[in-house]
Design a protein around this ligand. Structure first.
Ligand SMILES: Nc1ncnc2c1ncn2[C@@H]1O[C@H](COP(=O)(O)OP(=O)(O)OP(=O)(O)O)[C@@H](O)[C@H]1O
Ligand SMILES: [Mg+2]
Length: 496
């Protein structure tokens, strides 16, 4: 029977990154480099899953012989059947444990490698790309989408393999036990599975609406609480509470709609399943009476029918989880394929990197015009000037004049639409980005701290700096005494 639908991953901000147009096969190929090192682990997991499935199929058969022996000792040894049953369950327990371990090992490593690769890529994206996206949308690629890929690979895929084995094996075995009775089951079960999948789809749609409704309601609550000052200044407490209540009402309606659908379908499906069981018992029972079927065979038959029905329901249910995982991996892959700064900037294939003869800090702008990507305002209009090595130059102007913009252009966070910028005699577009930025020092207007210690933050641009160098840098910035005043000094934790 269909289970409660889960929320869709990354819904709401799915447009944050363009959707790739890859087929499922191409998607799997793109993920393969991350999966490859763990392929034997995955293969073991698959084998362990298959073995538990096959062992599971032995259970109804042996149970049937046990029932027949119980009714008539001449049918075989009761204790032999019992021992075999225990062996089957022990085997299942062992291989289930192996499956869980191998899958977790491979899955955790694969998802971590994907996350690392993704993050490594993200920090290299052009500023213009990052400007156009919320950090929330991007970090949800790292966290929830990557987790969905993991969930579908480690949860849905093995369940589908297991259920596939029990469905096919169960169908074959009931055909062997009683072909006529088997046809009854094999017609009824797929119909039920079809109805269940239809119900599942409608349920998921309603659940999505419910989740989205809750998310917008929650956004309002978050904004009102983090912007509590504004709410109080404007005396808007009553108004935001009223809007919150109204949005909640909308959510309740969707929640109730979901419950009504469930109230209709769940009992109907349960009733239909029970009727099928009664029909099997009825016809099967009469065959037991006439001696064409043993009681044990009827028991086996009933259990195998259950295997087929449950297995099909699981496949239908888990297939949508697998699809969600594929959707999530599509978003992840699309980001992995997104070009980085170096490529966008154009010093990849067509331009050769030119190393300046010497780094002395000569800066020159020639007729530079610049507009922020996606904006209209011309921020810099035909700007030219040169800064000689060793000189101290201040750019002065009203707020918004474009001073910080010029600094960003020199460090090539953006490229101007017109004109050229040369540092140490070489066009910045011809230089290695890393080398160019390494040659500069920057004190930003707002200096965000990354989470870590004070020393970690000072070392950011030069990770192998010694303690003495860190202290020197702090002294040069007149911050040494200030930092030493903290209880933990340079080891003080900062950031969010
Ligand atoms: N990432 C961005 N996207 C779009 N427009 C931007 C962006 N950053 C700055 N601007 C706009 O470009 C103009 C110049 O900004 P800039 O930060 O260079 O000014 P500034 O001279 O440094 O000002 P201040 O003295 O306040 O630091 C402003 O109108 C600003 O709104
Ligand atoms: Mg500025």
């Amino acid at each position: 029977m269909a289970k409660e639908a889960e929320p869709t991953p990354g819904s709401g901000d799915a447009d944050a990154v363009r959707r790739s147009t890859k087929s499922d096969w191409q998607l799997l190929r793109s993920l393969w480099p991350y999966v490859r090192p763990y392929r034997y682990w995955l293969l073991s997991a698959l084998l362990a899953t298959a073995i538990t499935g096959v062992l599971g199929l032995g259970f109804p058969w042996i149970l049937g012989t046990l029932v027949d022996s119980a009714l008539d000792p001449s049918n075989g040894d009761l204790s032999r059947s019992a021992v075999i049953l225990i062996a089957i369950f022990a085997g299942q327990a062992i291989f289930t444990s192996i499956r869980i371990r191998t899958l977790a090992y491979a899955g955790q490593h694969v998802v971590n490698n994907v996350r690392s690769a993704l993050f490594n890529r993200m920090v290299r994206f052009p500023i213009a790309f990052l400007d156009a996206r919320t950090s929330g949308a991007l970090s949800s690629r790292l966290i929830s989408d990557a987790a969905f890929v993991y969930g579908s690979a480690s949860g849905a895929a093995p369940q589908i393999v297991y259920s596939g084995i029990t469905v096919i094996g169960g169908a074959i075995l009931i055909l062997i036990i009683d072909p006529v009775l088997a046809l009854l089951v094999l017609v009824a079960v797929p119909i039920a599975a079809f109805i269940a999948s239809h119900y599942g789809q409608r349920m998921r749609k309603l659940s999505r609406g419910y989740q989205n409704g809750l998310a917008t309601t929650n956004a309002l609550a978050q904004e009102s609480l983090s912007g509590a000052r504004v709410v109080k200044w404007f005396g808007a407490e009553r108004e935001v509470a009223r809007i919150y209540h109204r949005r909640l009402q909308g959510v309740i309606e969707q929640g109730l709609q979901r419950a009504r659908l469930k109230a209709r379908w769940t009992p109907t499906m349960m009733f239909l399943a029970s009727v099928t069981i009664v029909a099997v018992l009825w016809f099967g029972g009469s065959q037991v009476q006439s001696g064409t079927l043993t009681a044990g065979e009827l028991v086996s038959f009933l259990l195998y029918s259950r295997f087929v029905a449950d297995g099909l329901a699981t496949i239908v249910d888990q297939y949508s989880r697998l699809a969600q995982g594929l959707g999530a991996s599509e978003r992840v892959i699309a980001l992995l394929d997104e070009p980085t700064e170096e490529v966008v900037g154009g010093n990849s294939e067509d331009r050769n990197i030119i190393q300046p003869q010497q780094r002395n800090g000569h800066v020159e702008l020639e007729q530079v015009s610049f507009t922020y990507p996606g904006r209209d305002a011309l921020i810099l209009d035909n700007v030219s000037f040169a800064i000689e090595p060793g000189s101290t130059v201040a750019l002065v102007g009203p707020s918004g004049a474009g001073k910080s913009t010029i600094a960003q252009l020199i460090a090539r966070l953006y490229d101007p639409q017109q004109g050229t910028i040369k540092v140490d005699g070489v066009d910045v577009r011809d230089q290695s980005l890393e080398d160019l930025r390494q040659s500069m020092g920057v004190v930003p207007q707002d200096a965000p701290l990354l989470s870590g210690t004070v020393a970690d933050n000072i070392r950011l641009g030069q990770p192998d700096a010694s303690r003495e160098q860190v202290a020197e840098a702090a002294k040069a910035a007149n911050a040494f005494d200030f930092i030493n005043g903290f209880p933990y000094g340079f080891g003080t934790k900062v950031g969010e």
